[in-house]
Design a protein around this ligand. Structure first.
Ligand code: ARG
Ligand code: ASP
Length: 728
């Protein structure tokens, strides 16, 4: 089924379009698998979803007055940034057990790991509630309700206001409403912009702060395939981790305390352990972070040819250096596992994105769409008055934007990625806070103690030296910090280390312990602090000010461009870009053709892990115990009919970063898998979804059950779950 994106007056000009051009333009049309939809507006999708196989009603999925599926879905947040969801998850037992991805919980596992208790390498299983590991700085949120508040937020806003006035007024309307709702409900209210600042919706959340680690597989399973297989199919990663929500005696959110008890969940997901088939309906819910599906052609071209290559180049070099150090030293391995994973993730994704954008000729297709829009505009004087010069102005301003953004990105990917320079920058930020001297002192000391637990000077020295070289080679002369200008690039990192007291934990902490207000003169004489300070000034002011100005213009152009697209293509359903709010995606289980003469099937099995294991690749090692279970075919009732053990599967849902850990549901709303990734050919879906090659990768829930039961021997957790469809 294809929803065609037609301009209202299509016949007028379409006759003149060549067949190829038409095909190109229309293949940008919405497909039933494309889109991240809003739970409270599901009536627009539910007909199609049911046609595709769903057995539920819109109310079964989202209803603020009765139990529904959304009540078992959670967003994972950092407690100091509670509206930005870094991952998704779901509640799977009446005692608040939550499942998400291994890579979502990895930093928590790392915090509890040491050389003696190396949970990253060995995995961790709490055999009783008392063993569950708390004191973590993450929380989970439940969406309680969502509604359109555009009218309230746009009160007093007219098209004649300056961009600045408009933004100020909107921000003040947003703060007032958020405060009003938070005060009256005791919950956390947040207003987000949708459709590129054309609409505003309120989300009301309940956030639980005491989340404890319950179980996680060894990294060889939880991250099997590592960076070699990341963003790729065929995939065999057991990417899951279990947490438990704790609440106070009233079942309410509370800060971590040993008095807290497991959360009593009235809504949790049933698990379906039945074998899946290609074509089965799949639905997925969670918190996708950011997409940019409605950019003009020139913005996609900049991402493809300027921004993506910059990130890929510098990160590739850092990753190689860090991995060398990790291989040579197990303590560096523990300290840098999570750091290198986050560098490598974007590094690989942007390569796939660029390849996909080029192979699917997205810039060209977008240009075709812009021609359609220009023709539509030319049809009436009113349209001409509203949008006549929009694309020309937008494109002209974009040239300036690319220049400024490139300078920012370069600094952020080089000097800002040096860990030693980050020390200076963080101290600078704390010293600039409007808090008492003693609060500053304790924040700095806490930060330093924290920082040095995961720091390796030798690794950072080599990385920083490379990063400085990259910056000097590519930055505009006016963006080079004076301290750096005076240094010799080959020895700069060594000089910073030998002349600064900040790269040594003892001397750094001692300096700030000495007196409440640090001796700023001495600090400014420290070359590392001085360089960090100069870089921050360049980043925030020399680059930041003009960039901020041009960004405001670009955002305004994009707001109008989005409005234009919704008017011109009014016959199609257009979903709002992801913005870390609750969304629903749907599609079916399905493979794809990555290239000519190749077709990928959508299911992988444990046998595939064993095949990869034999290849002697660093990322392809697994614990002996898993090999033994395989050799014994000891898969319990979780295996396929042919006796194989399922691991991962593909579906056609539209997902992005933040959707990791998202529950994947069958047609009855039972849990069948956990989303954790996308395929390499399809990472372009953040800018353009292509139904041929965009697939999300899920971990089969049966692998999770098998692992908990047969590998970890944590039968008590299996007993907690509500499982249907077991083969025995
Ligand atoms: N690519 C996935 C995502 O963006 C998974 C990342 C974790 N896995 C890894 N091998 N680095 O988050
Ligand atoms: N792996 C991503 C995540 O962590 C999901 C994706 O980008 O497809 O959210």
């Amino acid at each position: 089924m294809v929803v065609l994106l037609f301009c209202r007056t299509k016949t007028f000009f379409m006759k003149r379009l060549t067949i190829t051009f038409l095909a190109a333009v229309l293949s940008l049309a919405g497909h039933c698998n494309e889109g991240m939809w809003l739970p409270f507006l599901l009536e627009n999708n539910i007909g199609e979803m049911r046609e595709m196989g769903l057995h539920l009603t819109a109310d079964d999925i989202y209803n603020i007055n009765q139990a529904c599926l959304k009540d078992a879905v959670v967003g994972f947040v950092d407690l100091d940034n509670p509206f930005s969801h870094f991952c998704s998850g779901s509640v799977i037992s009446a005692q608040g057990l939550v499942i998400t991805n291994h890579h979502c919980g990895l930093s928590v596992v790392q915090q509890h790991s040491s050389l003696q208790n190396d949970y990253i390498t060995n995995g961790f299983w709490a055999m009783s509630l008392a063993d569950e590991l708390g004191g973590n700085d993450i929380g989970v949120c439940f969406l309680r309700r969502m509604e359109d508040v555009t009218e309230t937020i746009l009160q007093g806003v007219s098209d004649t206001l300056s961009v600045k006035r408009r933004n100020d007024l909107i921000n003040s309307n947003i703060s007032q409403l958020e405060k009003k709702v938070s005060d009256s409900t005791g919950l956390k209210a947040h207003v987000d912009a949708f459709y590129c600042d054309n609409e505003y919706y309120l989300s009301v959340y309940e956030i639980f702060e005491d989340i404890r680690l319950v179980g996680t597989p060894p990294i060889e399973v939880g991250k099997f395939g590592g960076d070699t297989d990341n963003w790729a199919w065929p995939r065999h990663t057991g990417d899951f981790t279990l947490f438990r929500i704790y609440a106070d005696s009233q079942n309410q959110p509370a800060a971590y305390s040993d008095k807290n008890v497991p959360y009593r969940a009235s809504n949790y997901l049933k698990i379906n352990a039945k074998q899946k088939a290609e074509g089965d309906f799949v639905m997925l819910m969670g918190y996708p972070g950011t997409t940019n599906e409605y950019l003009p052609s020139f913005a996609v071209a900049a991402r493809q040819d300027v921004f993506d290559p910059l990130v890929v180049n510098v990160r590739g070099k850092s990753i190689n250096i860090i991995k060398e150090h990790m291989r040579a030293d197990q303590s560096v391995m523990i300290k840098y596992t999570s750091k290198v994973a986050s560098l490598a993730n974007a590094w690989k994704k942007y390569q796939g994105e660029r390849t996909g954008l080029i192979s699917k000729r997205v810039v060209e297709k977008k240009r075709g769409r812009e021609q359609l829009m220009n023709k539509w505009i030319a049809e009436t004087d009113e349209r001409k008055a509203q949008y006549g010069n929009l694309l020309d102005y937008y494109e002209a301003d974009y040239i300036e934007y690319v220049k400024q953004e490139k300078a920012r990105l370069l600094m952020s990917e080089t000097l800002y990625k040096s860990e030693m320079l980050a020390i200076g920058r963080k101290i600078r930020t704390i010293l600039n806070l409007n808090i008492s001297d003693s609060a500053k002192q304790s924040q700095i000391i806490d930060y330093l103690n924290d920082f040095f637990t995961d720091y390796d000077l030798a690794t950072d020295r080599t990385v920083t030296s490379m990063l400085i070289g990259e910056y000097l080679d590519n930055a505009l002369p006016e963006h080079i910090p004076p301290t750096l200008k005076k240094m010799n690039r080959a020895t700069a990192a060594d000089v910073l280390i030998s002349k600064s007291f900040l790269t040594d934990s003892a001397s750094a902490v001692a300096f700030f312990k000495k007196s409440l207000a640090p001796d700023t003169k001495k600090l400014m004489k420290d070359p590392l602090y001085k360089l960090a300070d100069e870089a921050a000034l360049i980043y925030n002011i020399t680059i930041g000010n003009p960039l901020g100005q041009i960004e405001r213009k670009i955002d305004n152009h994009q707001r109008l461009f989005m409005r234009l697209q919704r008017q011109c293509f009014a016959n199609s359903r257009i979903f709002p870009d992801a913005n870390s709010t609750f969304r629903i995606a749907y599609g079916q289980i399905g493979g794809y053709r990555p290239s000519d003469a190749v077709r990928y099937t959508p299911f992988s099995t444990l046998g595939g892990i064993m095949e990869k294991c034999d290849l002697d690749v660093y990322d392809y090692t697994v614990p002996d115990r898993l090999k033994q279970l395989y050799a014994d075919s000891d898969f319990g009732p979780y295996r396929n009919a042919d006796g194989s053990m399922p691991v991962c599967f593909l579906s056609t849902c539209h997902t992005t970063g933040g959707n990791s850990g998202s529950p994947m549901f069958d047609a009855d709303g039972n849990l069948i898998g956990l989303n954790f990734d996308r395929v390499w050919e399809g990472t372009m879906s953040d800018l353009q979804f292509d139904a041929d090659i965009c697939r999300n990768i899920g971990l089969d829930i049966r692998f999770v059950l098998f692992f908990i039961d047969k590998y970890a021997g944590a039968r008590h957790l299996i007993e907690e779950l509500d499982i249907v469809g077991l083969s025995e």
